[in-house]
Design a protein around this ligand. Sequence first.
Ligand SMILES: Nc1ncnc2c1ncn2[C@@H]1O[C@H](COP(=O)(O)OP(=O)(O)OP(=O)(O)O)[C@@H](O)[C@H]1O
Length: 460
Amino acid sequence: MLLIVDDDLAIRTSLKLLLKQAGYTASAVAGPAEALAAVRASAPQLVLLDMNFSAATSGADGLGLLAELKALAPQVPVVLLTGWGSIALAVAGMKAGAAEFLTKPWDNAALLQTIATVLALHAPAAQPAPGAPTRRELDRQFALGAIVGDDPRLLAVLHQVGQVAATDASVLIEGESGTGKELIAEALHQNSRRRGQPFVKVNLGGISSSLFESELFGHRRGAFTDARADRVGRFELANGGTIFLDEIGELELASQVKLLRVLQDRTYEVLGDSKPRRLDIRVVAATNKNLAELVTQGRFREDLYYRLNLITLRLPALRERAQDVPALARHFVQQLQATYHRPALRLSPAAAHWLQEQPLPGNIRELKNLVERTALTTPHDELTPADFQPTAAPTPRPPAAPEATLPAPGTMTLEQLEEQMIRQSLAHYQGNLSRVARALGLSRGALYRRLEKFGIPTGE
Ligand SMILES: Nc1ncnc2c1ncn2[C@@H]1O[C@H](COP(=O)(O)OP(=O)(O)OP(=O)(O)O)[C@@H](O)[C@H]1O
């Protein structure tokens, strides 16, 4: 049974009807006392709680009731309904233990989808089973093919992937650069009912706020000066499937509010076309930043954070799961056998052990690049530690005197110099954009924009 709490009779009636038509049993009450009595009598599967009761009640009353409901029946998920203008209240509610929030006026399909997701996440089967599953058990249940490793920390993440993939819950994947966030996002998609539909990756680090709407929502020809032809936005491309919002921590504040609106309402407008379009989409976001910290610093909207992180998956750094290094390295060697037609290429046991001891701050991507570079520079088939050592850590050259390194005045523009420095840094850090950005003192977003400007391919 689902319980609706709202003091407006019209809202109670329409929500009850909507839920009944969707096949749920629903009952509705008008205020806190009745709500608590109903929960005491028999715990519902979910409470849909309007935070902005009529003029007579305030958001504080809604929060008070939420606290009482959570104290009385902590296991019952509460979904909040708030006005768009009082989204801060929704955020306060999320902190107080609400499962999700919706803004009014709500969209029926989006409301039903949220309810189904929250119910699925709170269903007994979704609770972690006692005892950690083995890799073999996980592979029997889920399609995790491309993801190598059986370290318990990785298995815990894969287990979560399997459990939440089937729901439509938004998932936030946190992890250092190169830890495999994209593979996890793909696994979520592959194990969901959307698997036959598109999986669209958007690198938000590379999208400036002036291009955000056109990139994500698309535009009609003539919508602005440079719009010479219609453009299909990424949301439309992903419709029906999953959108993977990579580098979400790089999104500028002006774009964050636009993203929040579309995630909230599940509708958007193409630039130059005022007809709103509906979205049926699963959202998976990833970041190598600590988003909670960005929220505290005022650099990331708290309401957007709560919209994205119904489920958070944290991918361990490679150094935290070093036992997987040999298997990963062998996996990459196997890929290279096919790519470079060297079927006898292999890793010596000593090399596997040596790799395990390396710090590899660039995680799996760094390991992959290291194995590939070494294979390319080694003529024989068995890769040994001696083959890896020269390519492992490029020793930074001591800085030369400025006069010696800078070109003579008048021979180069500042822009050309900038381009050359970026190209050199990319080569030096083997294409690891996080390290390049750090070395150049740029944010990843700023680096992406420059790469785009100079037409430099990143190979990512
Ligand atoms: N468990 C794994 N098994 C096999 N390959 C992996 C695994 N994890 C990552 N990789 C490979 O390592 C590389 C980096 O992974 P991926 O791009 O998913 O990292 P990321 O965390 O999304 O990085 P970034 O934050 O820089 O975007 C890819 O080539 C990916 O295929």
